[in-house]
Design a protein. Structure first.
Length: 256
């Protein structure tokens, strides 16, 4: 009888432990991205510069960057860009670790170890966005933060009417137009394709534009060539480890 009581107590304890872990993970998911709300506010509170004295031959003024990169980089020097996608929740700094490509999978821009991680690139890419294909990673958080909202592009009407992506750098603004959104396998793109090789890059683009998958939306009226610079937003899909959801856009113009 005593053994049954002990066994029952152990079962109750294990049940409570599993329940506590589940509640912790749920709370962590719901709070994902909260620190980024404060970062967004601080990043867009730029100090007003005093008016400069007129010159004899005034030059074209530099583009106004609405992101306070000086404040951001004082907080974390790994921050080098900012991404905004109208119609989605994507409005975040982009980071790149100098020595650990996996660091921002589970660390925020403030260095806290959290499930949401950060929006980041790897050192296989430069930080100039002049690479043929710059891959930007973000988690699919259940509360809609990070890259969860790019799944909106699985809706054809949303894909057709929300095609712009803006990336801010300290000295320029990059404007992109989305040309493709689709489910793909989980291969590491930058280790699987040499995008600097024009032939490989061309074959890769051809593969995208020849897709006939029902889950793929591709604007086949757009022309994207090996002379273009593209970005690829990569996130998980429905917790399936073998798949990634990709949204791709081509650089159309630069303000500087």
């Amino acid at each position: 009888m005593r053994k049954k009581s002990i066994a029952a107590a152990i079962c109750i304890f294990l049940g409570l432990l599993v329940g506590a872990v589940g509640i912790y993970k749920y709370i962590e998911e719901q709070q994902a991205g909260k620190e980024y709300e404060e970062i967004q506010e601080k990043a867009k509170e730029k100090p007003v510069s005093p008016p400069s004295q007129p010159e004899e031959e005034p030059e074209k003024p530099p583009v106004e960057i609405p992101i306070d990169f000086e404040t951001l980089q004082n907080q974390n020097p790994d921050i080098y860009a900012w991404i905004q996608i109208p119609g989605t929740a994507v409005d975040y700094p982009i980071v790149q670790s100098p020595d650990d490509n996996r660091y921002y999978l589970n660390h925020t821009v403030s260095g806290e170890q959290k499930a949401e991680g950060a929006i980041f690139t790897e050192d296989y890419n430069t930080k100039t966005f002049r690479d043929p294909n710059t891959v930007i990673y973000g988690h699919d958080m259940k509360n809609g933060s990070m890259f969860q909202s790019i799944h909106k592009y699985m809706d054809r009407s949303f894909f057709d009417t929300n095609r712009g992506i803006t990336i801010y750098l300290p000295d320029k603004i990059l404007h992109y137009k989305i040309f493709a959104a689709y489910l793909y396998d989980n291969r590491h793109l930058l280790l699987s394709f040499d995008f600097w090789d024009k032939e490989q890059y061309g074959e890769y683009l051809q593969e995208i534009f020849s897709m006939r998958n029902m889950n793929a939306f591709v604007d086949k009226e757009m022309e994207v060539t090996t002379e273009d610079n593209i970005i690829t937003l990569s996130t998980c899909y429905a917790g399936i480890s073998s798949q990634r959801y990709l949204v791709q856009a081509v650089l159309e113009s630069i303000e500087e």
